[in-house]
Design a binder for this molecule. Structure first.
Ligand SMILES: NC(=O)c1ccc[n+]([C@@H]2O[C@H](COP(=O)([O-])OP(=O)(O)OC[C@H]3O[C@@H](n4cnc5c(N)ncnc54)[C@H](O)[C@@H]3O)[C@@H](O)[C@H]2O)c1
Length: 348
């Protein structure tokens, strides 16, 4: 754990939480599964709208007994369904997207439709409903390749290197262009690459992928090992989103925050070194010239100052946990259910 101290952040009261009804669009995914559980445990009412592009419905099923939870299966591109889903909602968290460079390259038209057109249509539906907060999960991938040694801040130039990041940057720009005219608070969260265990586990993300490969005794091929990237645990990401929901509007409205912690900036080699400490016979091959040239370190000073947000989980903690889970045989079905554990094929 990075920090075990209790946060100084002033949360809202339990009764206020009970009056909020949060629509989590894309809640059946890796981040959404953790966020929804955290919201429910705090006393929020939650509705999840998800098209189940990946076969993750069984992660949501156990929530159906909770009277504060409801699920709508449907596509963000279906505006009638979106309108129905917004009924009685006080806050919207937009997670739904084609997430990651490989899937957005494979389904570039669908990515532009979902991450672009449909997301904009949702946003324009929100006015006049008495909504409190709209939170958009963007990505630190927007920084792409950063020249020089300084970590990226929220005002650093963006350098999207994929359809995924291009659509995220475009939607950020759209929100910024609209936010003077909205009657609700809008916040952009640029998330670091996620790690950690979730009911919808993803093994197509660096920390978990590397940990699983090594724990299984396979040879790990690592491209461009000196490249930097920031990481953040899914539980911490959910905590950051909830802090925005609970913060006074004047602290978060029309703001962009990087979400992560300064100590969780790692090169790929640093992640491998942590793994080697735990798995003595780890086999690793390094290679230059991978197609993913992203290389960026990120500063998380702004979210720490504004929301007293500091991640509780470190990358080494999570490596330890994933290795232990693999060795315990918890994830013995990954090869048979590839599309549950990663974003490879979309069903829509
Ligand atoms: N996972 C990361 O490392 C990471 C890093 C930075 C930012 N983010 C952002 O966080 C958010 C969540 O990421 P995740 O890892 O949970 O992704 P995920 O792919 O696990 O989940 C996305 C969910 O959205 C749903 N969805 C997609 N398109 C939809 C549509 N048109 N209609 C309804 N539902 C739809 C999918 O079915 C899926 O359940 C995304 O916006 C992503 O860009 C994630």
């Amino acid at each position: 754990m990075l920090h075990s101290s209790v946060t100084q952040f002033q949360s809202i009261s339990p009764s206020e939480r009970g009056e909020r009804h949060v629509l989590v669009v894309g809640g059946a995914g890796y981040v959404g599964n953790v966020l929804i559980r955290q919201l429910l445990s705090l006393g929020y009412r939650v509705r999840c709208l998800d098209a189940l592009y990946y076969p993750t419905g069984n992660t949501i099923a156990p929530l159906m007994d909770n009277p504060d939870f409801s699920f709508v299966r449907g596509d963000l591109r279906n505006i009638d369904l979106v309108r129905e889903s917004l009924h009685g909602i006080t806050d919207v968290v937009l997670l739904a997207a084609l997430v990651g460079d490989p899937i957005s390259k494979k389904y570039s038209d669908l990515t532009r439709e979902v991450n672009g057109t449909a997301s904009r249509r949702l946003f324009t539906e929100l006015a006049g409903r008495g909504l409190k907060k709209f939170i958009f999960t963007s990505t630190c991938s927007n920084y792409g390749i950063l020249e020089g040694n300084q970590p990226a801040t929220e005002t650093s130039p963006l350098n999207p290197r994929s359809v995924y990041a291009e659509t995220k940057v475009a939607f950020e720009e759209f929100i910024t262009s609209q936010s003077n005219a909205t009657d609700f608070s809008t916040t952009v969260l640029r998330l670091a690459t996620a790690f950690g265990l979730s009911p919808r586990m993803r093994f197509d993300l660096t920390v978990s992928e590397f940990s699983r490969e090594i724990a299984m005794g396979r040879e790990l091929l690592v491209y461009d090992e000196a490249t930097w990237r920031p990481y953040c645990h899914v539980v911490d990401i959910a905590d950051a989103i909830i802090r925005v929901i609970e913060a006074p509007a004047d602290v978060v409205s029309r703001q962009v925050f990087n979400v992560g912690g300064n100590e969780n900036n790692f090169t790929k080699k640093m992640i491998v070194d942590e793994l080697i400490k735990r798995v003595a016979d780890a086999k690793v091959v390094y290679k230059a010239g991978g197609f993913d040239q992203r290389d960026y370190r990120v500063s998380f000073d702004k979210i720490r100052a504004a929301l007293d947000f500091e991640p509780k989980y470190s990358v080494p903690d999570s490596i330890e946990k994933v290795v232990s889970c693999i060795r315990s045989g918890f994830y013995c079905d990954v090869e048979d259910n590839k599309n549950f554990y990663g974003n490879y094929v979309v069903t829509h």
